[in-house]
Design a protein around this ligand. Structure first.
Ligand SMILES: Nc1ncnc2c1ncn2[C@@H]1O[C@H](COP(=O)(O)OP(=O)(O)O)[C@@H](O)[C@H]1O
Ligand SMILES: [Mg+2]
Length: 428
């Protein structure tokens, strides 16, 4: 697919912008800070509904404005769809398809398919488990939009269950002034309410877990192939889903994640053997294991006032050769791994294409400047074949000649695509 128009109203630095786009390669060039990333961030949001840079909506709305509008027209084979996302910080975001009635934002999922590469992707390899969970869930909701509902159910139940654990913990501490104080009747009602939440949590959680595990299975072969394409192919990559439901993620690691610090197990080799994982299990079997894990964790959960097992505490372990990529990979290897993860998601989407013209749009934000000449050339050769690829760069020299395509100059709040009818080729 390709985007043929992008319109922004009060999005980031743009009061109003209308940009015509075409299939093939387009390079957005301009000095740092002029608003290149803002443009591709907006387009990416129509696919994932979230920004690759910030987790809250407020910075996405032009300073001083109340809401932002992102609109784009996509061409998919013979089909055209116009998507509109209204960003309302502090309130629910809304969507519209083909200028129809207002719908929930999440009902836009699954129509626009983009794969965005950005310097932030280094966190996929080096960062907390939360970045890797986000990577999996974003890809899942593009492939299987109904999972956004499952995800929302899970998050809601988790929040309520955590609130209950927290208040039970507070009650235990305040009652007779010590953690050992007991109140049989109060305890019993907490336990029975917890059981209800456990069932809901395990049902939604198991659906999410089954989908994540299946996705990792689909990504794995592409990941290794993509890594080999980007490098000289001398190292093997592996991605292993580690679930807290299987006891595979130590509490300490996730606690560091919750607090926003680097996990304490940084640089430790993977546990030898490990659990066979959840691969091959059905949703019901996973739900059973989830419930068993919750039962086992109950005393610790009451003590901590926190849900300690579930997809919100899992990780996607990335291995390069025998060692974990995190902590062991060099800077160049980390980049290649991060790019390979994004390329793998592109290939999974390609496998998934039902109709011709279904290819996802590739977006490369400031990526070439970060790579050495070999990796640049290799990446350019791969992405140049895509139906549409949008690239941002501060200077033309960062763009490998293999890419060619059309150049658009970006200035603060505006773009100059005056020579749209005369595409330039290469950097000759
Ligand atoms: N919500 C906002 N309102 C107004 N300006 C913003 C907002 N968010 C970011 N900007 C501005 O956008 C610019 C950065 O744009 P960006 O797309 O990241 O630049 P680059 O061209 O380097 O990729 C900065 O000047 C920043 O101040
Ligand atoms: Mg930028």
């Amino acid at each position: 697919m390709y985007a043929e128009r992008l319109s922004l109203t009060d999005f980031r630095s743009y009061a109003q912008l209308d940009l015509e786009l075409s299939p093939g390669a387009t390079v957005l060039v301009g000095q740092n800070g002029v608003g290149k990333t803002n443009l591709v961030e907006a387009l990416g949001m129509l696919s994932t509904l979230s920004s690759h840079r910030v987790s809250s909506d407020a910075p996405l709305v032009r300073f001083g404005a109340e809401r932002a509008l992102v609109r784009a027209a996509f061409v998919r084979g013979t089909q055209r769809s116009a998507l509109e996302l209204e960003i309302n910080p502090g309130r629910a975001n809304r969507g519209r398809i083909n200028r129809g009635a207002t719908i929930r934002a999440r009902d836009l999922l699954g129509i626009a398919r983009t794969v965005l590469f950005a310097p932030e992707d280094l966190a996929l390899v080096k960062g907390d488990p939360s970045s890797r969970r986000r990577f999996l869930d974003e890809l899942l909701t593009v492939l299987l939009p109904h999972l956004a509902g499952t995800r929302a159910d899970y998050d809601r139940v988790l929040k309520q269950r955590n609130a209950l654990l927290k208040s039970a913990r507070a009650a235990r501490f305040s009652r007779r002034g010590g953690p050992d104080a007991r109140d049989a009747s109060g305890g019993a009602s907490v336990e029975s309410t917890l059981e209800v939440w456990d069932t809901h949590l395990a049902q939604a959680g198991a659906r999410l877990l089954a989908a994540r595990v299946a996705l990792v299975g689909r990504l794995a072969p592409h990941l290794d192939a993509a890594y080999a394409q980007l490098t000289d192919g001398s190292k093997v990559t592996r991605a292993v889903y580690r679930s807290s439901v299987e006891g595979a993620v130590p509490d300490a690691e996730e606690d560091a994640d919750d607090a926003g610090h680097a996990p304490s197990s940084f640089g430790e080799p993977p546990a030898a053997g490990g659990s066979p994982g959840l691969a091959g299990l059905g949703v019901d079997e996973i739900a059973e294991r989830f419930l068993a894990a919750l039962a086992a964790a109950r005393p610790r959960e009451l003590e901590r006032g926190l849900t300690l097992v579930g997809p919100h505490r899992d990780d996607l372990e990335l291995l390069l050769g025998e060692a974990p990529a995190k902590g062991f990979a060099s800077h160049g290897e980390t980049w290649s791994f991060a790019l390979a993860l994004r390329l793998a998601s592109y290939y999974v989407m390609l496998d998934d294409s039902a109709v011709p013209g279904d290819e996802p749009i590739l977006i490369l934000d400031d990526v070439f400047a970060e790579l050495d000449a070999t990796r640049r050339a290799r990446l350019a050769a791969i992405v140049a074949k895509a139906e549409q690829v949008l690239v941002t760069a501060a200077v033309d020299a960062d763009i490998p000649p293999e890419l060619g395509g059309r150049r658009i100059r970006v200035f603060p709040g505006a773009v100059d695509d005056g020579d749209a009818a005369r595409p330039e080729h290469g950097d000759a």
